[in-house]
Write a protein that binds this ligand. Structure first.
Ligand SMILES: Nc1nc2c(c(=O)[nH]1)N[C@H]1C(S)=C(S)[C@@H](COP(=O)(O)OP(=O)(O)OC[C@H]3O[C@@H](n4cnc5c(N)ncnc54)[C@H](O)[C@@H]3O)O[C@H]1N2
Ligand code: MOO
Length: 443
């Protein structure tokens, strides 16, 4: 009996949670902190904004002065000063208007700003402005005024521990006065060992003997993990000998002390399934079985030497899809080193036949010119079609069913890194699809 996708996702989350990286932090200069995760709260050393200032180019006024507006006219205010952003604080003259530019310190005594386009004349080179009645009656205290500390007050937490240091966070650090060389405490990213191989797998660069293929999954997993915030990836190539597998992996685990081992291949129903044979013997709490999904059906997990091990199926597209479907949610939920999966809805561009008994994840190309976007399939369903997968920028989730889904059917899609970028020459879709697309048993 197959496991559900959700059940396997839950197992991996629980497995990783048991071996969450220690709270090790390291310090990096702000200029190299992009993409890292803040390890401790960052407390604001100053108010942001540092002073109460104008949100619009306009006229600072005292709201109580506008109360005298007659029912059938406006109120005239002499313009007594003009303040640019950056000018030193000044004092507002009661009964007057102070011209203020966006960002200028609100002069002491003024409590609102009327944007220049709402007064007459709508200009700054004038000795007097008229605030129309309809505008004057509407101006509330604090209108278009940005209070000092309204973003964050001095002494408050500006960025809590766990914040992903994206552009806005790094901009906020700079606004708070941190420089490119200011040290930031960031979480140490997890260390992961990636194991790929089998007797037929040769590293790229070696001439292929008959029957052999190049190792696609080692580089694929390393690239996927790096993009998922795992800086430290150690690759290990193995053959089909379980004893050698265990000896070599044991050495690497002792040396690298990884937080996670990911294997690809060697787990399904063959006679030489090195991962299943080796870990079935030396691993703890190992589970090998099927998840009700294609590709990515055969899966395994457990621990070796106290380290969580996630075993992915060897077909390259299955390895890659498994990363998105199973590894990403666990990494995001437990270690927070990558984005969680963000599914959304797109409409099928063409009819598709679901599998009767399993969810299918086809590769697709999104067209965002419509809302919801449309998605067309990239290549066939079979899990050896790696170059077709490289042309995709989404996974398309097709629930099991008997009926063909017509074009236009809304389906869940998961954006993935890859596919066409604007400016790339448009090709007619690569190799012809294989004939297994609708067979119900694609491998
Ligand atoms: N009788 C059954 N056979 C298979 C089943 C099944 O349920 N019953 N499941 C199929 C499915 S689905 C998949 S996926 C694969 C998974 O098998 P393994 O995880 O044991 O992977 P391998 O047998 O080692 O390899 C499968 C395939 O992928 C190629 N491969 C493996 N590693 C790499 C690599 N690093 N780079 C490039 N290509 C790789 C390998 O040469 C095989 O062609 O099992 C099906 N069989
Ligand atoms: O992972 Mo297999 O290739 O389910 O199709």
């Amino acid at each position: 009996m197959s496991r559900s996708i959700e059940a396997h996702q839950g197992e991996l989350r629980a497995l990783l949670a048991r071996a969450a990286p220690d709270d090790a932090t390291e310090t990096v200069p702000l200029a190299r902190a992009a993409g890292r995760v803040l390890a401790r709260d960052l407390v604001a050393p100053l108010d942001l904004p540092p002073h109460t200032n104008a949100q619009m180019d306009g006229f600072a006024v005292r709201v109580s002065d506008l109360a005298a507006v007659p029912p059938d006219g406006g109120i005239d205010l002499p313009v007594t000063a003009i303040r640019a952003a950056g000018a030193a604080p000044a004092v507002h003259t009661a009964g007057a208007a102070t011209a203020v530019m966006t960002g200028a310190v609100i002069p002491e005594g003024a409590d609102a700003v009327v944007p220049v386009e709402r007064v007459s004349p709508p200009r700054f080179d004038t000795p007097l402005v008229t605030v129309p009645g309809s505008v004057a009656r509407d101006v509330a205290e604090g209108a278009f005024v940005r209070a000092a500390g309204s973003d964050v007050a001095r002494g408050a937490v500006a960025l809590p521990a766990g914040t992903l240091l994206g552009a806005a966070a790094l901009g906020a650090c700079a606004a708070l006065g941190l420089t490119d060389t200011s040290p930031l405490p960031v979480r140490q990213p997890p260390r992961v060992v990636v194991v790929s191989g089998g007797d037929e797998i040769r590293p790229a660069g070696e001439t292929l003997p008959p029957g052999a293929v190049h190792d696609a999954n080692g580089p694929l997993l390393a690239a996927w993990l790096r993009a998922a915030g795992v800086d430290s990836v150690t690759r290990l190539g193995v053959d089909d000998d379980p004893d050698a597998f265990l000896a070599r992996l044991g050495d690497v685990v002792a040396r690298v002390r990884p937080h996670l081992v990911i294997t690809s291949g060697g787990i399904s129903a063959g006679a030489f399934e090195v991962v299943r044979l080796a870990l079935g013997r030396a691993g703890r709490e190992m589970w090998f079985g099927h998840v009700a999904v294609q590709p990515g059906g055969p899966q395994g997990c457990g621990t070796l030497l106290g380290v969580p091990v996630v075993c992915l199926p060897g077909n390259p597209v299955s390895t890659w899809v498994s990363c998105e479907l199973f590894v990403r949610p666990a990494l995001a939920a437990v270690w927070g080193c990558c984005e969680p999966p963000r599914w959304f809805t797109a409409r099928l561009q063409e009819p598709v036949q679901p599998l009767p008994d399993r969810t299918q994840l086809r590769r697709g190309v999104l067209d965002h010119s419509d809302c919801p976007p449309r998605v067309s399939l990239a290549g066939g369903a079979s899990s050896h079609l790696l170059t077709a997968a490289a042309r995709a920028d989404a996974l398309v989730r097709i629930a099991p069913g008997a009926q063909q889904l017509p074009a236009g059917t809304p389906l869940a899609v998961l954006p993935v890194a890859g596919g066409p970028r604007a400016g790339a020459p448009v090709t007619a879709g690569g190799p012809a699809p294989t004939n297994d697309d609708e067979s119900g048993e694609p491998r």
